[in-house]
Every structure is written in C-alpha cells, then in structure tokens.
Ligand binder design. Structure first.
Ligand code: AMP
Ligand code: MG
Length: 314
C-alpha cells in the first residue's frame, strides 16, 4: 500500500447519537469513515432492540416473560453475550451477574417512586440471582425460575463497542474511536500515530474534569463509577450497581474503576465487577488476575502494574 494511504490526513467522520440510553460519540478517519459510522449506528440500534429491558419486544424482555415456563429461540448475538456473561460471572465469583435483573428492577422502581423496598422484597429479588440461564439446545435458552430477569446493562455497551470496532476493521479503518458513555474502544492509534489519550474523569466531578488519562491503541478503556446514575432514598445515596450477593446497591462512595482490555465487553463487565468488590478487594482481584485496572476514590489511587504503563496523571 502506498505510504500516502497509510495515514489519513483529512477530517474524520464524526457523529453523536443517543443510543442505548447514553451519548454515543464516533470519530472515524479514512475513506470509509462516514459509511462506517452509519453502519455502526445501525448495529448499536439493532443490539438495543434485542437487549433493552425498556422494550417489551426485546429478546431480553421475552426471556423474562417466559422465565420458569418455556424456552425461547434467541439470536446468535444474544446466545453469544449470554455465554460470555456466564464465563465472566464465574471469573468474578458472582460480582458480575446478568441475572441481577429482578433486583435492578426493584431498585429502579424504588428510585422512581421514592419508596424504599422492604427487606423481604430485597431478599426475594436476591434469591432470583444466580446461574440460571438454561441452555436447552444451541441458541434455545430459558431462565430457570419464574420471576427471574436478565439485565445486560453492565456488558451490552461494551459488546456493542466491539461490534463497531469489527465494522471499522472490516472497512480498512486504521484510526477510529467510539465512546458509548464511558465505554471507549479505539482502532489503531490517533491519526498522528501517537496513542489515543482517554481522559479519566474525577469521580463525582464535572464532565471533562480529568485526573489523568490512559494511552491506548487497539483496545478498549471502560470506566464505571458508583457515583453515576445514583439516587436518593430516605436520605441515603444509592448506586445503580447491585451487589448480587446481597441484592442491595453497592455503597455510593465516589469510587471510580477503569479497566483496559482488548475486548470492550470484558472491560465493561470487569469494571462493574471491580466496583461491586470495592476499593480493596477489587484492587487485589485485579492484581491477582493480571488485569489492567485503576481504582480511584478521590483520595487513594490504585493502579495495577499493567495499567501503570498506560496511565498518566493530569
Ligand atoms: P455499568 O454502568 O457498566 O457499571 O453497569 C451497570 C448496569 O448494569 C446497571 O444499571 C444495571 O442495569 C446492571 N447491573 C447492576 N449491577 C450489576 C451486576 N452486579 N452485574 C451485572 N449487571 C449489573
Ligand atoms: Mg460495565
């Protein structure tokens, strides 16, 4: 390939959309840049239609309605993400669990109504969490018990980012970036061939207030915070992330977790899992498992050896 084609010197195709309940930003360099952003947008919309808990016609909603009753034939993507989720649940010892759906729904309703759930409601929702996706045959699945619900909110955006990266690569893109509300995935380096710099927001700070950045090439960087999308009940702050071991939201103590991984789905799920484990246990788990992760609670910054090579304080 001639040298002049190696680097794209023109303007990137750039777009912003609200998809999967978040602001999606794409910046893609190259001849096929604009075409790729269109394809990627359509792909995210397609996955959202399959997985949204807010759409009664999604496969995830249908699986919930059939829980404990009848199996359902799902798309290859749903089958794939459920397989991945099952592996990640085992790897994180249950800190990440897509069957936390009933508890997520219980706390979402509580946040909307302003009424705390009773202890027995939490216990009942907790009892519905666990390895329960029954594979009847290839691509035919069923939730084991009535009342069980799936929630792919902690992995779906990452999976979608991976799909978008595949689209960029298929079209020969060498420099590109997609950000689905904190789930960033990049192709190659930045167009000047330096690494992409991904800013890490100060927990609880304003958008654009960074305490450092991660240098990334051909990988994904995902940040999850227990201060995000939080809500107040009876004067207490609750996080949008549930501890599957208790059915309660994790404490809302301004902890932010960033994970870097070749796959955005893994980075997404692992960031949520480390948040559930908390500052100390989460860091030990990340270190023991050789993950590239950093945890910051506005006082203590903990960076694993792998992440230390990529992270720079602002
Ligand atoms: P994230 O923003 O990636 O940390 O994902 C949080 C979202 O995933 C929540 O809004 C819920 O929809 C769902 N969720 C909450 N707790 C968990 C959990 N422990 N495991 C898997 N999904 C969860
Ligand atoms: Mg996540």
């Amino acid at each position: 390939m001639p040298e002049r084609n190696r680097n794209w010197r023109g303007l990137p195709a750039e777009c912003w959309d609200v998809l999967m309940g978040t602001l999606v930003h794409q910046r893609v360099y190259g001849i096929a840049g604009a075409f790729c952003t269109e394809l990627a947008r359509a792909e995210i919309e397609r996955l959202e239609r399959l997985w949204s808990v807010f759409r009664p016609d999604s496969e995830v909603s249908e699986l919930g309605r059939r829980a404990g009753e009848r199996p359902f034939s799902v798309s290859p993507e749903t089958s794939a993400i459920l397989g991945l989720a099952s592996e990640l649940r085992a790897f994180t010892k249950g800190a990440f669990d897509v069957t936390a759906g009933a508890a997520v729904e219980l706390w979402r309703r509580a946040a909307a109504s302003g009424r705390s759930p009773t202890a027995s409601e939490v216990t009942a929702a907790r009892a519905l969490i666990g390895e329960c996706v029954l594979e009847v045959s290839e691509r035919t699945v069923q939730l084991r018990r009535r009342g069980q619900r799936l929630d792919l909110g902690a992995i779906g955006k990452g999976y979608a980012a991976d799909r978008c990266v595949s689209i960029y690569l298929q079209h020969g893109i060498r420099h590109g970036m997609i950000d689905l509300g904190g789930n960033v995935a990049v192709v190659g380096g930045a167009p000047d061939r330096s690494a992409w710099r991904i800013g890490i927001q100060i927990p609880g700070g304003r958008r654009g207030e960074y305490f450092g950045y991660v240098e990334a090439r051909d990988c994904s960087v995902v940040t999850s915070g227990n201060y995000e999308r939080n809500f107040e009940l009876d004067g207490r702050q609750y996080s949008h992330v549930i501890d599957p071991r208790t059915g309660w939201p994790v404490p809302c103590d301004a902890l932010s977790v960033t994970v870097m991984h070749a796959s955005s789905a893994y980075a997404d799920a692992l960031a949520t899992a480390l948040l559930v484990m908390g500052r100390d246990q989460g860091f030990t788990f990340a270190q023991d498992n050789d993950l590239d992760a950093l945890l910051f609670d506005r006082r203590n910054l903990r960076v694993t050896a792998g992440m230390a090579r990529a992270f720079h304080a602002a």
